[in-house]
Design a protein around this ligand. Sequence first.
Ligand code: NAD
Length: 495
Amino acid sequence: MPDQPKIDALRDRPVPPQSLFIAGQWRPAASGEDIGVISPIDGRTITRIARAGREDVDAAVAAARKAYEGGAWSRMAPAARKKVMIRIAEGIEARALELAVLGVRDNGTEIAMALKAEPGSAAATFRYYAEAIDKVYGEIAPTADAVLGLIHREAVGVVGAIVPWNMPLMIGAWKLAPALAAGNSVVLKPAEAASLTLLQLAAICAEAGLPEGVLNVVTGAGSIVGEAIATHMDVDVLAFTGSNAVGRRLLEYSARSNLKRVYLELGGKSPNIVFSDAPDLDRVAKASANAIFRNSGQVCVAGSRLLVQRSIHDEVVERLAQVADALKVGDPLDLSSDIGAVASEAQLAGNLRFARQAVEEGARRVTGGERILEETGGFYQRPAIFDGVTQDMTLAREEVFGPLLAVIAFDDEEEAVRLANATEYGLASAVWTTDLSRAHRMVRAVRAGVVHVNTYGGSDLTVPLGGHRQSGNGHDKSLHALEKYTALKTAWIQL
Ligand code: NAD
């Protein structure tokens, strides 16, 4: 845990205007345009990022292709690539606090969480794939005697990675590290609201010896830069984390261009299911609050629907409200804050709309939901609990991506399963019970990429993260992520 004076020493550090990183060079957008970066902490402009256009994306893809074909990285021995990747991890670790503070100034995540989840995870991710890449073998098929069937696993070429503003360094690393480890070149597009740490990561990669053109970072508007990457004829794979609306478009862009592979990590409306035999209701209340309120609910796997068995409903809601009310919302760079700022004014406005609508549609507001600390100029909201939510209400169905919890009561296991699966999403979930058989039945019955049992959240790089149904089709983390960035090739050899 860092100490407050070290954080305070970094909080007002001037940030120079940021350029694009293309072919190993820092350069402004071809148009010369830029975008102001507003800090959600106080609404002030911290710096400016380049607002790239299609010609910048063309230059980045050309640089990536040239680097890939040149082979300085793609044909480097895996053990040598590993050394560079480990130096990248070390570079992130050496600047962890600096990166975390910069990221918090950009997107408002509470600093303790940011430090662990951003540089901490990013460095661990580079180490994981660095260590993995010289241990993943091809295969020999069990053919008839007169032939030899070799199955090679190759890099795909140029990867386009488009990432969101929540946890950009962690999610960026989940895409970059396996893609680079496998020998690909990458064109990375950070979100407008959180580009700064990923630009720093590009500098760290260059210092670590990643050859020029292997990683290119192009900032700017999603509808311009993101679309230009996604429709590009020379991008082979698109790895995306973000909203369903944009994910849907990316599939269209692929169909309209070169049928590039598209991997989507999308949103969720994840059920957190508490049975009356849950092990410890205080732990349930704390973990459930954490599951929806940390990072102001801006977590893809947030437990945004609390399904609670009717016999313990009142008690759980009461304890949860106590936990929520005790959470200190405030300056995310202050270690005493439990919850920081909402990432942008637009996001906050959306959250407030959802809160109003929940009441209009008949939910009971137990606590929270209002904007606070407006005098700071920043974007802060009290964590909110809405009880009596029914399946027809917007709050039961739509992802808010804010600190708003919908509480829904159920009577028995069958109803719990039905409600849990009554969503188009399928990202995360949790089940609280001391009945081992029920826990296993629920793991099978809930349609989601992860089912936590007697906990919510928490995992590591050894297990995949990915959605079922409309929460996506790819996996970040674990060795499975390498599948996205590699292609199988068969050599059929007559002996
Ligand atoms: P978003 O979809 O608005 O933006 C994501 C990225 O796509 C940004 O870089 C944006 O600039 C870009 N983009 C926007 N329009 C585009 C277009 N037309 N073409 C190409 N790119 C475009 O999402 P967001 O608001 O940044 O992030 C929040 C969303 O991300 C939530 O839905 C959340 O659940 C999801 N998310 C999912 C995961 C996961 O692992 N499944 C993790 C984190 C966040």
